[in-house]
Structures are given as C-alpha cells and as structure tokens.
Design a protein around this ligand. Structure first.
Ligand code: ZN
Length: 322
C-alpha cells in the first residue's frame, strides 16, 4: 500500500511539472500578457464577425482588420472588460455617428479601444471620468453598440470592434486576453494548389518556379461569417513543420498594412458580399513572395490550419514539377 502511495505521489509530481512547463511556453508565446488573460467579454456574444487577421478590402486598399468584431443584438449595453483610465472618447470619423471610440488604459499598460459605441447612450459619468482622469472599475457601462446600417450574409451587422494596443504600439490578438470561447469547430481546408505570379492556378503539374496556396477558413460561433484561421503551418516532403503565420499580434500605425498583400494572394476577398482567403504558403517576413525552385518529380505538402483554442485540421496535396 505504501509503495503504491509513493508511486502515485511521483506520478502527481511528473504531471504537475508538465503543467508548469506548458505554462512557461504560454508565457514565452504571449509575452507579458498572460497575467491579463481571461477577462470577461463586454456582453453576451452572438458570434465573432471578424478576427484580427481578417482581410478587409472595401475598394482597392486591403488592410488587416486588427481587432475582433464582437456581434451583438441591437442596442446591446457594453460593459468594459477591464478597469482603468479613460484616455479617449472620440468621433474618429468625424460626422459619422457609427464611428465613436471609447479607449481605456488598464493597469498593465494596455489600451482597450471600443469602437462603434453609440454616442447618445454614453453615460455622463463616462465623460466626467475622462475629464477628471479618475479610474473606472471593470464592468462599467460605457454605452450601447451603435445600430449598424448594413446587413451582410443575411444578418444585420451590429457589432463592437475591440482593439487592444500594447505599450510597443502593436495590436494584440484580443482572444489571448479574454475568457476562452466554446468553439469546437476546427478550421476548414477547402483546397491546396499551385500559384503562379501570386495567383492560384488549376492543376497538379507545373514547370519552373512556383508557390503554393491554401484556401482555408474558420468559423467562431456562426455558420456563415468565415474567418482566416489563427495559425497556418505545413510539412513539405515529410520535413519538419514550418509555421507560415500565427496571429499573436500585428503592427499598427503606419505599418498597418504590412504583408497583407503578400500573405493573401490575388483573388482573396473580404467585404460585405465576399469572403474568400487564398493564403500564400511560401510567405515568410524575410522573403514575402519568394517562389520555390524544387527538383523535377513528385512532391507532397501537408498543411495544418488551427484556431486559437487549438482545434486543428490537416490536408495533403501532391503535385509534379516538370
Ligand atoms: Zn471591425
């Protein structure tokens, strides 16, 4: 009996040690933000309409979405996910009532920007706190989600656009700081194929230098609002797994559009009518549009698409270099 007890204690230790290692890995991946995780969502979510890496193009000028579109019912009250100091209340597209921001600086130095707050519903205490510089508590009512004018994919698009800006000026993926969602849908890998001149082509044979693309998407609590996956990786000809991009953060400010037209190939769309993502598997920040020069013969790539809670899918593609 005693021996059994000792054995169980040992196993317990091993398990605890493994858990500790995992926690350290998390810290490594997400920097200082770990202590900030598991904040409550600002209201009950209908679904996620766009994530950080969503491709946006409403007229020839593609850009990263940068934040999360948290979809809501009409006139949904918003309660701040953190406490802190109000550092901005602004109509950031002057004259347009849809574009009001409330920004809160939390104790860790992160700025939480709530966009699309209805100006007429903002409480007087909010303006007073902004004026005085007095802190507000987590869970403070900051106004309602503004009534959105557009219907997209058959649904009215009322939403809060939440941006989180770190001290270094980068946008942090808000999911990393929030309570995990009950998302059990793995991303979908629709197809993998060959690309020439940064555009997908048909077939499984190619001559000369080329790239590969994956058409992949993810859903978060919805069945139509497709989103780009959180992480894309691959193994080429049985080699080690290479990460194309995992979206932990994105540059902001004047670098707001960096790499978007390299990571997404021609043919990608993201607007109220169209969502389709052709992801460049050859992408690296060092050589964003580099093509591969592979020896003649058969090749194989296994592609992985993962969402932020770790649901993962894979698909294999074979092609021939002539
Ligand atoms: Zn948005």
């Amino acid at each position: 009996m005693k021996i059994l007890l000792v054995l169980l204690l040992c196993l317990g230790n091993v398990w605890a040690h493994e858990k500790e290692l995992k926690t350290r890995a998390d810290e490594f991946a997400y920097g200082d933000y770990k202590s900030q995780r598991h904040h409550p969502w600002p209201f009950p979510i209908l679904s996620i309409g766009h994530n950080m890496q969503s491709f946006q193009n409403y007229g020839g000028y593609p850009y990263w979405h940068d934040g999360l579109d948290i979809r809501s019912v009409s006139d949904q009250p918003i309660y701040s996910s953190t406490g802190g100091k109000i550092v901005n209340i602004e109509n950031y597209q002057r004259g347009n009532p849809l574009y009001w921001e409330v920004a809160i600086l939390d104790a860790e130095g992160l700025v939480w920007k709530y966009h699309h707050v209805d100006r007429s519903s903002m409480p007087a205490e909010l303006f007073q706190a902004y004026k005085d510089g007095s802190p507000i508590a987590a869970g403070t009512f900051i106004g309602n989600v503004v009534k959105w004018s557009v219907t997209t994919f058959g649904e009215r698009y009322h939403h809060l656009h939440l941006l989180i800006v770190a001290k270094d000026g980068k946008y942090i993926n808000p999911y990393l700081l929030m309570e995990p969602l009950a998302d059990r849908d793995a991303p979908l890998i629709k197809q993998i194929g060959i690309a020439k001149n940064h555009r997908p082509i048909k077939g499984q044979e190619v001559s000369g230098e080329h790239a590969l693309y994956v058409e992949a998407s993810d859903l978060t609590l919805h069945d139509k609002f497709i989103l780009p996956p959180h992480k894309i990786s691959y193994r080429l000809n049985g080699g080690e797994e290479k990460v194309v991009w995992e979206f932990v953060n994105l540059p902001s400010g004047k670098n707001d559009r960096d790499f978007i037209e390299d990571f997404y190939m021609n043919g990608t769309c993201g607007n109220y009518q169209c969502r389709q993502f052709f992801i460049n598997l050859n992408f690296t920040p060092e050589a964003p549009r580099k093509t591969w020069k592979l020896p003649a013969g058969k090749h194989e790539i296994k592609v992985f698409a993962e969402d932020i809670v770790g649901n993962r899918s894979e698909k294999t593609f074979q092609w021939k270099v002539l």
